[in-house]
Design a protein around this ligand. Structure first.
Ligand code: PPE
Length: 303
């Protein structure tokens, strides 16, 4: 990973190389952290953070789930993220992380000190230019998405991402770009770091929040954008067969943005080429995040 200049750590900016924690940090051993991923875009009026308010709210919600005591208000977090972008300038992705940094052996997280860091990086294309332009290939992972009773699937909790890492590795080992995970019911949940949509008979479908998904901010943006363009969008449960037989499939995520899927488990999706509706939505999304459509200006926070 290419270094950037400064990392915000508990209210102060430190150099990249000085942003360190102890090897016995509780979060390192037990995954007790909550994080976010936020995109920054160049617009004609300078840099803008996409849906920062929603990301801060989700981060704070995750801290509530984990019973982390945050010493910062919503406004302070909001400003600190903007300040981190301002200080580092050439970044396109921000990763705030609240985690238990105290040195501890033993699971009990109560009373273990919390650290709050904000890192910003240059991420570029998350799944690679090829997948973004020509469509991604997926496998169905043998790892299931941790369901709502087994893990806080709806919050971005660090430890929960072990399953995503295993699924992603499985995809790479099998020569695919990404993995889709099923849930306890055998329905389609989501990908390792993206939500999933299908197009069937002209309507869009995406897994509903009770299907053990992370309710993605990009997902919610695409639902709004698609409805504004006149599409029916239905949040429901989706089967593996629905995926294979869909006319189009695409993934959404802050990092992956809107990425079309052209192959799943060696089966071509539709005619095996990126679909028209996915393309339309990807293009519209690219416009919206760059401040080219005043209707969605409310989603941008200028730096
Ligand atoms: N599901 C999961 C499991 C997930 O991690 C993400 C974000 C999404 C759905 C989409 O959510 P949203 O970004 O709010 O639209 N995954 C992050 C990448 C994880 C990583 O650190 O790598 C992201 O896109 O930032």
């Amino acid at each position: 990973m290419e270094k950037t200049e400064k990392i915000w750590m508990d209210g102060k900016f430190v150099d990249w190389d000085d942003a360190k924690v102890h090897v016995l940090a509780h979060a390192l051993n037990y995954g007790t952290g909550v994080f976010e991923g936020i995109r920054v875009y160049e617009t004609s009026k300078g840099l803008a953070v996409f849906r920062l308010k929603d990301h801060v709210k989700r981060l704070m919600g995750g801290c509530k789930v984990m019973c982390f005591k945050l010493d910062y208000t919503y406004e302070e977090i909001f400003d600190a993220i903007k300040e981190t972008v301002r200080v580092n300038r050439k970044v396109d992705y921000v990763k705030p992380c609240v985690f238990l940094c105290g040195e501890a052996v033993g699971l009990n997280p109560i009373g273990v000190p919390v650290k709050f860091t904000i890192t910003s990086v240059h991420l570029g294309s998350y799944l690679g230019k090829d997948a973004q332009e020509k469509g991604a290939s997926l496998i169905t992972s043998s790892w299931f998405r941790p369901w709502n009773l087994a893990a806080p699937a709806g919050a971005k909790v660090n430890g929960v991402y072990v399953t995503s890492c295993l699924a992603k590795m499985e995809a790479k080992h099998r020569g695919a770009d990404e993995a889709v995970m099923l849930n306890a019911q055998g329905n389609v949940a989501e990908c390792s770091g993206e939500n999933i949509f299908i197009l069937k008979r002209g309507k869009l479908y995406t897994s509903q929040p009770s299907e053990s998904i992370l309710e993605g901010i990009t997902r919610n943006s695409i639902i709004d954008i698609a409805r504004d363009l006149g599409y029916d969008v239905i949040e429901t449960n989706i089967s593996r067969i629905d995926l294979y037989t869909a006319d189009e499939v695409f993934m959404t995520g802050t990092a992956a943005e809107v990425t079309q899927v052209t192959k799943i488990d060696e089966r071509p999706i539709g005619d095996g080429k990126p679909g028209k509706v996915g393309k339309q939505l990807a293009e519209k999304f690219a416009e919206v995040v760059r401040g080219k459509d005043p209707k969605y200006e409310k989603w941008l926070d200028r730096i």
